[in-house]
Design a protein around this ligand. Sequence first.
Ligand SMILES: Nc1ncnc2c1ncn2[C@@H]1O[C@H](COP(=O)(O)OP(=O)(O)OP(=O)(O)O)[C@@H](O)[C@H]1O
Length: 319
Amino acid sequence: MANARNIDVRELSKSFGDIQAVDAVSFEVRDGEIFGFLGPNGAGKTTTINMLTGLARPDSGHIVIGGIECSCNPKAAQHLIGVVPDESNLYPELTGFDNLCFCGALYGMPARERRDRARDLLELFGLSNAAERLFGKYSKGMKRRLVIAAAMMHEPAILFLDEPTSGIDVQSARQIRRLLLDLHRAGTTIFLTTHQIDEAERLCQRVAFLVAGRIRRIDTIDNLLQPVRGHEVMVFELSRQPDAELAGLERTFPSFSFSCGAPGQLAVSASRTIPVAPLVRYLDECGIDVLEARRQKMSLEEVFVRLTGIEAHRMKGRK
Ligand SMILES: Nc1ncnc2c1ncn2[C@@H]1O[C@H](COP(=O)(O)OP(=O)(O)OP(=O)(O)O)[C@@H](O)[C@H]1O
């Protein structure tokens, strides 16, 4: 059924010369959810969001936003959406307030209405004190907040954000995540791209894992975390490489799995709590000192690595 706040994407593809940036991607974003598009650099996230927001033309496929087929009626679809690009699209020589009013004018809002809305959004985004300051003088975090406010001027049902917290300080990123959760609570559907797995875990109800232009998996965070729930991993830093002791460890502790990672590192995993003392004693009897033992939190990151084979640190490389 047509719904003013959902997105339906079928078999969407786009290539640049020989590069298949997006390859027959299909997914649905449900009414009022925060949906994350997660993938490493070059996975095709920006190309997808650009097609969804009318900034790039698909080679093939269908995009339906709020029940409107975008290729037939792009203008009507545009009215339903707000877009927060990865680069700022506002004017440095205008104040924050004037930038918002200008965006409102582009959407045909009457002068009074856009001034009221601009004031409300500056308040909501914690920027009232900077309303009359030039946008060019804002800090990076303030700029990002104003760019989101600008995208919300015409009260869109659906908000698109490309890497909303990349390149800003931790506190501003936290503030932006809080704002997105507030918008979500107010009923806005949010589609965001990110290469930060922990951000997706904190914000989204569902995520799609995108690798090399294709979707590997789409599911709720809850379902994705199911296989690692109750699972525990301990990492031991040792005084020497424990390769020769692996067989003995496996015989003595049959319910644990052991693997050697970085030099001098032993990873122990189990589907129950791992007691540290017996392992330390065993290693001590083998003449190996335990320098450090730490419990690893099982997270969406672990699930992503298992499903895609891509290590988390590769996700975090910047362009
Ligand atoms: N205008 C373009 N011309 C040529 N190739 C492009 C263009 N835009 C994107 N690509 C290529 O398409 C692929 C997908 O790029 P895209 O920017 O969509 O990925 P991404 O997941 O957003 O990555 P990032 O996190 O680095 O922004 C990459 O191989 C990229 O080099």
